[in-house]
Design a protein around this ligand. Sequence first.
Ligand SMILES: Cc1cc2nc3c(=O)[nH]c(=O)nc-3n(C[C@H](O)[C@H](O)[C@H](O)COP(=O)(O)OP(=O)(O)OC[C@H]3O[C@@H](n4cnc5c(N)ncnc54)[C@H](O)[C@@H]3O)c2cc1C
Length: 433
Amino acid sequence: MAWDFETDPDFQSRLDWMDAFVTDEVEPLDRLGLHPYDVKNPIRNTLVRPLQERVKAERLWACHLGPELGGQGYGQLKLGLMNEILGRSSFAPIVFGCQAPDTGNAEIIAHYGTPAQKERYLWPLLNNEIVSAFSMSEPEGGSDPLTFRTRAVLDGENWVIDGEKWFSTNARWAEFLIVMAVTDPDGDPYRRMSMFIVPSDAPGVEIVRNVGVGSMQDGSEGYMRYTGVRVPNDHLLGERGGAFVISQTRLGGGRIHHAMRTVGQAKKALDLMCQRAVSRTTREGPLASKQAVQMQIADSWIELEQFRLLVLQTAWKIDRYKDYRKVRKDIAAVKIAMPRVYESIASRALHIHGALGVSNEMPFIGMITGAHVMAIADGPTEVHQVSLAKQVLRDFTPSNELFPAYSLPNLKAAALEKYGEALEGLEALEAAE
Ligand SMILES: Cc1cc2nc3c(=O)[nH]c(=O)nc-3n(C[C@H](O)[C@H](O)[C@H](O)COP(=O)(O)OP(=O)(O)OC[C@H]3O[C@@H](n4cnc5c(N)ncnc54)[C@H](O)[C@@H]3O)c2cc1C
């Protein structure tokens, strides 16, 4: 029977190497005011490229990919353990070649792209020579793709795209954007939209503004306007009308990868909380000696451990079934749990740090904002709750009985039917005695 929670020693030594490398070499990059995705910044490249080479030499580059795409084919479970380490740092995913949204974009080009699309966009993307953006959500609403308005109309050999998109992350650095647009407005609702690879320098592609998350001044969430943008027919990604299916392929993997990195962030918050608890003293001793603080630490540890096991088990199922459709329920559960666990642990860590906790000298406000981002990006919590509940309910069939079969009188009647004879025999025996 295989039911094992241990990391094999060989892979643990890889994780130990990563842990030290991220702490010593990568996390300091987070503090320099550079942006990990700014691939045209020579200073960023001077610092990042040698680290990427070391990761490649260690055979840890792009571990989310199979060997045919230059990855290691480790699978999602190992990637989950790695992402717990990478999640601590904003530069680490870039240094290890597994950063969102490029991972998801690469995944769909690898899956649905033509050889020419792969040549022009996929290989440079996988090598982090360029970065990309995913342009799906619209200012009028992102949760329900059936409300999207951006249109693409075929004009001879070109598609002409018109519309606005919102929160196209990293558009300002992207070489290309994958744009979802309505191509068949009167068709089947789930076949109305198609995906296009749109070079960011195509005439008519405009960044209206770069929106920041939280109090960030210099944001990277592109508010995009596409005005008469012409792309050749061969820039259609996948088949016409295939956008819905393609986006589900993309988002399934993306959501679990966010969750893996969130485990790393939540662990960081818990570590800071514990460090503060043992270090800060009151007249009666350290904060760690107070029951109220101990309860917060215990609750945080349990929440994190439960979440981590759910994430790793889901990753294991993806490896096992090799079909995202079979883990939709699990991924929805992970997506729902992720912001709750992250926010509750980060909030406690903030509180135990007192004034320092709310200051801009600690990461907690950013973490709490990050938890809200996790509850919205890739679809809001409510949509995933509905999806999860529907899948759970699928195993149940309606019944017209006034008192259900599992009501206590019915259960007793069923038990008597099964064992009544033996019971009568026993009573007769007792009466005879
Ligand atoms: C940091 C960040 C990065 C992002 N990156 C990208 C990106 O790269 N590319 C991209 O295309 N998009 C991106 N998004 C957009 C994201 O996918 C959308 O924000 C998300 O789908 C929600 O859409 P919305 O913001 O328009 O909210 P709305 O659709 O307006 O929903 C607002 C709220 O209404 C409620 N609600 C909506 N629908 C339902 C429902 N069916 N049932 C119950 N309640 C509901 C929920 O509380 C929801 O939070 C990003 C978002 C964030 C925050």
